[in-house]
Write a protein that binds this ligand. Sequence first.
Ligand SMILES: Nc1ncnc2c1ncn2[C@@H]1O[C@H](COP(=O)(O)OP(=O)(O)OP(=O)(O)O)[C@@H](O)[C@H]1O
Length: 229
Amino acid sequence: MDSIVKLEKVSKIYGEEIKTQVLYDIDLSVKQGTFNGIIGQSGSGKSTLLNILGTLDRATSGEVYIEGKAVSDLSNNELAELRNSTIGFIFQFHYLLPEFTAIENVLMPHYIKSGRVDKKLEARANELMDIVGLSNVKNNMAGSMSGGQQQRTAIARSLINSPKIVLADEPTGNLDSDTSETVYELLRKVNKDFDTTFLVITHDRRIAEKTDRIIEIKDGKIHSDFSKI
Ligand SMILES: Nc1ncnc2c1ncn2[C@@H]1O[C@H](COP(=O)(O)OP(=O)(O)OP(=O)(O)O)[C@@H](O)[C@H]1O
């Protein structure tokens, strides 16, 4: 198995005048097709790490490699392109547009990018609604759906470009435990069926225990790293 994501001595310092160091010399190598959990106390640096992994934020020092490509060599445009083609994001708050239907939300990144959606993408969106179990409600307004349905819509949206890597920040954070379980099973299914690599921040011990690997962040460092495969 190859490393699809690699971090070498990644540090992050926020602020100019008052500097806050949030990550310290993080080395991390993530194998393709694995399902990785990231745990750690509030403020330990998990989201910062995920944002840097996802090229939404740049490291202050160190290097991030995505599929062997050094991110610091890329321009902002190239980064956006890499993100778009390779990485899917799922957040705790799904940021759906409530006045649009579920399937329109899934296609929204494409509407925004190119102003149109071709038949192939529409077919892909329909297939994804099927995968996440929402075929029967895909034309409902996102705002009228349950929390679990909205999160599943956000998952379908994150998969529209068939990303090789999915980064999720507390994807089940605002869901009850049964719905969390369903959402987790869905992510796992995508992981298995499409060999998608997942990095998932979770506070949910039950979910963390079912991942292939648990990376614990403490005070901006990897405190423990336990792989089961
Ligand atoms: N843009 C920023 N500017 C300054 N400090 C920041 C910024 N973003 C995050 N921080 C600080 O960095 C530290 C780590 O934040 P981060 O969000 O990565 O932690 P976390 O482990 O994801 O926490 P939580 O579980 O509460 O989401 C915190 O002390 C936070 O206040």
